[in-house]
Design a protein around this ligand. Structure first.
Ligand SMILES: Cc1cc2nc3c(=O)[nH]c(=O)nc-3n(C[C@H](O)[C@H](O)[C@H](O)COP(=O)(O)OP(=O)(O)OC[C@H]3O[C@@H](n4cnc5c(N)ncnc54)[C@H](O)[C@@H]3O)c2cc1C
Length: 460
């Protein structure tokens, strides 16, 4: 069908906004979180309902225009925007419905993590999700979802009860343990390969609302000792305790004393998902180690802790990232980490090392499409610059660091932390067996690979 005719048909049924070049809001809606991505779609379909999503998917099929799906727009490689194609933008679909009797929450696919936390924390409840409040719930969940309470409550998908989805044919389908269980297996880690999710339903879990959480900082020269202490300390950590290690130059934020600004530091950031009293006891050994230059690990609202990283990862900076899992922080891994952390140039670069394990590792590897439940730590080697200046050098730093870690990697990588690294890396991330199962599912639900702007699992 011609593009003009297909557009007239779409306009007749579409309740949301259709944005094209020349429209005032075009630049705002085509921009994604990673400022290094600059693409110009032919049409941005700002959907308000599952019917709108179905109409936009049908438009893409009719015109053969490439289709990108946008939840929160945080894909590191920019998969949620494309040149000369259609963007199915779920941003306006941000309804959240907490059902206290059932202990569940339904969230539409345009919801951001901070919005979900605000609604659930009002009742002292939470869904385990990520660590930056402006990340999209949709993309994060479909890849797995790691965050501050993962060791207690598992991945985001471990609390997922059902999804409503629009297929490549434009048809609505529900997937849960009871309905289309094969599809439900696939959407829990398989990304957006099988359709556009319009709504998620999660189980709720008690949390806070006050928790013991926050970072303890040491000068970067202390990092070899801090990391060795940290490794031994977390060996016996309860599931309530989750930690992330950060190396960076201390940012000029209001809660950081001016004399530290720009100084390279190592920080261990904690979040204790149990009672405040137990939390204080659990973090006491960390706070007592060596001579921290700043200690912000204290009782605070979980919502405040959730927003802690927001200023470090704002929209529009240029970002590049490579990730990998390692089993343990061996002496060699620590030495490589410190050596490369010392070489960080950009004041905006900050890289997290995630503590994994706990509840995540007690779900069977085959139960969901997510891979890497046995990982000890996930390295998220992220570089950031304000713009193009210095970006190539910082990207080279990421690549060198990742390569140095190669002998120590498990081979698994969290798919939401992949760049555009090619099919072989996607296969490696899932492992050969799971990848074949995902391919079979793809042949069933999207044989023409309409949904290919993602960590793609081609059907053939
Ligand atoms: C600042 C920052 C912090 C992060 N922190 C965490 C973290 O704490 N934990 C964690 O697990 N991950 C984290 N991530 C990674 C994050 O999970 C992925 O970037 C994720 O894809 C973001 O989802 P989104 O909806 O914002 O992204 P988008 O860019 O909108 O989408 C990402 C991918 O998902 C697809 N997609 C989006 N919505 C749908 C849908 N409704 N149906 C089908 N496909 C869809 C898109 O097509 C695209 O391929 C972080 C990323 C950033 C940039």
């Amino acid at each position: 069908m011609s593009e003009d005719r297909a557009l007239s048909k779409l306009e007749a049924s579409f309740a949301g906004e259709l944005v094209q070049a020349g429209n005032g809001a075009y630049d705002e809606h085509r921009a994604v979180w990673n400022g290094s991505i600059d693409r110009r779609p032919a049409l941005i379909a700002r959907c308000t309902s599952a019917a709108d999503v179905s109409a936009a998917v049908t438009f893409s099929r009719r015109t053969d225009l490439p289709l990108a799906v946008r939840g929160g727009g945080h894909s590191f490689p920019g998969h949620s925007v494309c040149d000369d194609g259609v963007v199915v933008d779920l941003g306006p679909m941000n309804g959240i419905d907490v059902d206290l009797d059932a202990g569940t929450v339904k969230a539409e696919a345009g919801v951001l993590l901070g919005e979900l936390d605000r609604k659930t924390q009002a009742h002292g409840l939470a869904v385990p999700a990520g660590i930056v409040t402006h990340t999209g719930l949709a993309g994060l969940t479909l890849g797995g979802g790691i965050g501050w309470i993962q060791r207690k409550y598992g991945l985001t998908i471990d609390q997922l009860l059902s999804v409503d989805l629009i297929t490549a044919e434009g048809e609505p389908v529900r997937a849960s343990e009871a309905e289309n269980p094969d599809l439900f297996w696939g959407v829990r880690g398989g990304g957006g390969n099988f359709g556009v999710v319009t709504q998620f339903e999660f189980r709720l879990n008690p949390l806070g609302p006050e928790v013991v959480a926050g970072p303890v900082f040491w000068p970067i020269e202390e990092s070899p000792n801090v990391l060795r202490f940290y490794r031994d300390w977390i060996a016996a950590a309860p599931d309530d305790l989750m930690t992330i290690v950060i190396h960076r130059k201390a940012p000029p934020l209001p809660f950081i004393p001016p004399e530290l600004h720009g100084k390279p530091v190592v920080a261990i950031v904690c979040c204790y998902a149990g009672s405040v009293e137990e939390g204080k006891e659990a973090v006491a050994p960390l706070k007592a180690f060596g001579s921290p230059v700043l200690d912000l690990c204290e009782p605070k609202p979980f919502l405040e802790h959730q927003a802690m990283f927001d200023p470090s990862f704002p929209h529009g900076q240029w970002y590049y990232m490579r990730a990998c899992d390692v089993a343990e922080l061996t002496d060699e891994v620590i030495d490589i980490t410190v050596e490369h952390a010392m070489r960080i140039r950009s004041p905006l670069t900050a890289f997290p090392i995630w503590q994994m394990g706990g509840a995540i590792s007690r779900v069977g590897e085959g139960e969901t499409a997510f891979s890497g439940r046995g990982a000890g730590h996930t390295f998220n080697i992220t570089a950031a610059t304000a713009g193009s200046e210095g970006f190539d050098e910082e990207r080279e730093w990421v690549r060198n660091f990742w390569s140095a870690l190669e002998p120590h990697q498990t081979g698994g990588t969290y798919v939401n932390f992949l760049m555009s690294e090619g099919e072989e890396r996607v296969r490696e991330a899932y492992g050969a067996e799971k990848y074949e199962r995902l391919k079979a599912l793809k042949r069933r639900y999207d044989p023409d690979n309409l949904f290919r702007l993602n960590q793609n699992i081609p059907p053939d």
